[in-house]
Design a binder for this molecule. Sequence first.
Ligand code: TYC
Length: 119
Amino acid sequence: MATQNPKKPPNPAVSPPSVSNDESVVLERRAQRTEPPQMFQVVLLNDDFTPMEFVVHVIQEFFSKDRETATQIMLKIHLEGKGICGVYSRDVASTKVDQVLQAARAAGHPLQCVSEPVE
Ligand code: TYC
């Protein structure tokens, strides 16, 4: 399973309080920066048994690709060993993996699908 990178906590909205000469407390406002959420790519892996037509169907069905694009992705996986079908938030990517694996097992195919964090 993918592991999470420990990240530094974001810059706090205000600096730690500092005490000025006249003893008043000074809080310096800082620009707030929200990191974009970590995204996950859903990757299909090649194998020698899953029919090409089934893979094309899966890519169309679960990754909303047209038939031509799905065929190109399938052929890339077939030739190169793996291929990215889409990039999603963590939960959506995880659901896509579950859906693909469930459909593959129900049809009796060994197709493998994983999600991995995008660099
Ligand atoms: N290599 C498979 C075949 O020749 C086709 C295939 C493509 C299987 C992509 C899995 O993710 C895959 N029938």
